[in-house]
Write a protein that binds this ligand. Sequence first.
Ligand SMILES: [Zn+2]
Length: 605
Amino acid sequence: MPNAARLCRLVLVALLTLWLASPPLARFAEVAPADAALEAALRQHIGYLASPELAGRLPGAPGAEKAAQYIAARFQRAGLRPLGEQGYRQPFPFIANVRLGRRNELAAAIGATRLTATPDADFRPLAFTADGAAEGEAVFAGYGITAAKDAAYDDYAGLDVKGRIVVTLPYSPAGSNPHTKFGPFLSLRYKATTARNQGAAALVVIAEDDDFSRSQIARLRYDDAFGDAGFPCAVVSRAFAAKLLGTPVADVEKAIAASGQPASRPLPSARLRLRTEVVKERRTAHNIIGWLEGSDPKLREEIIVVGAHYDHLGRGGPNSLAPREGDVHPGADDNASGVAGLIELAQLFGRQAVRPKRSLLFIAFSAEEKGLIGSAYFVDHPTTRGKRIVAMVNLDMIGRLRDNRLAVQGVGTSSIWRPLLTEANQRHGFDLSLSDSGFGPSDHASFYKRNIPVLFFLTGSHPDYHRPSDTADKINYAGERRILGLVGDALRAAANLPTPPDFVAPKGSDPAERARGGFRVSLGTIPDYAAEIAGVKLSGVREGSPAAKAGLQAEDVIVGLAGRDIKSVYDYTYALQALEPEQEVEVVVLRGGQRLTFKLVTARR
Ligand SMILES: [Zn+2]
């Protein structure tokens, strides 16, 4: 560690020590209500939020609306000022559901035979299909994988699919196992992007199960990413596909598995007509936002956000781990526990005679479970009227304290966090497990992407996670009460620091770029996953990165990379996968209505 940084840390530690040694009246714990009263309040909040009446708090549904009202009323009682767009509320749109439209057709002419597939029985559009129609000769493209470099396997080698309708098998020659060399090429999004890049007019993927009604890939469920495939896509039953191929599907799969070689071929006697229409059901969800003004006339212009998401899974859906659909997922730990903590912190700070110097903004986010949509919307549309957000503290699943172990993530996002937490914890005695990364599957990630230091408190996963058994009776209320003591102390310390927490940039780039595997390069772009737009909107670019050097900036929408059209973040991911380090490529972006082309040199990851 450089000496300057070390000195800086020593000073911070000294300041913290001073603060902790300050008269007890000004501190958090001493003005907190009796332990039993706080635990009773937590019990009441979690009991209500996780009750059957709220039916799992699905965004856009009545249960989430009741939760929103409950939280807003408590914010008001705590003395928080409304800082949403409609009182405490910040409405935002999201896609709650997808369903079949009226115009879905798949017809085949095989020689002289005419076949019409029945929607829902023989075929179903993919949720991310583009609405529209295509007609053309069918062509069988194996597993739809083109990975000569990564897996020495290319279903498209020597195959002309231009203007044709590509028919592929599901998954890969190694099945659906993600831990083989074919891991990055299993997804339907990959197969769609690849077929479109090859010039196909449409994509038809063969179901993985002989019983179409049991096919996982044929289930119409939205992957929560905006941006459609750019052409019609559907899943077809194995029985129907066998007629197109002129042979049982299993025989083709066995042949490829046995030889390790693609078995792609044109199907000149088969013509297909595909029309797809999927209706996206848009709904409105609400973030609930309350404001506690700081006591220092200057520092009150700086804000620390305290957040917890209040939505959950309703009765199941794609993120549920329950064996069957339909039971209420109470989400007591995930995340009624965090919301209860948020409400009680608001009450405790709101009651204090001596307020923290910086302002605190309490936000209960919605649509977190659908992909951090509420928090992403907030950072895109802040209601803070020019005040600067200097830190974000996230509470998500803090109700299952076990063996005194409390996890805190994001500790590496500011040099102040580690000493601050260590000092504060001396009074609380947790067995802290600290990790540096500011990325992670909860709302703090939306802030971290905007270069805001974050802390994420959690007691960790458990067997009831995302299941109907995540109930209020399993919450460790005494444990949560103690956690709030630590969070409150850390918050007050951060809010009273003479200078705001510094931001430490991450090493490496967005793990979303990395997570899908197979990347050799980094561009340093920070995609805005919540933008509903064709292309990839950037929420920023990393300093000194290839993207920054090329001149890309926040708000740019990438629509082309290395000669490929980019219509969704998936297209972008697959285009990145194909790049080599130190390769010069063209990036096409939309900026202020103009289409601009930049040259960019990729960096080695
Ligand atoms: Zn959660």
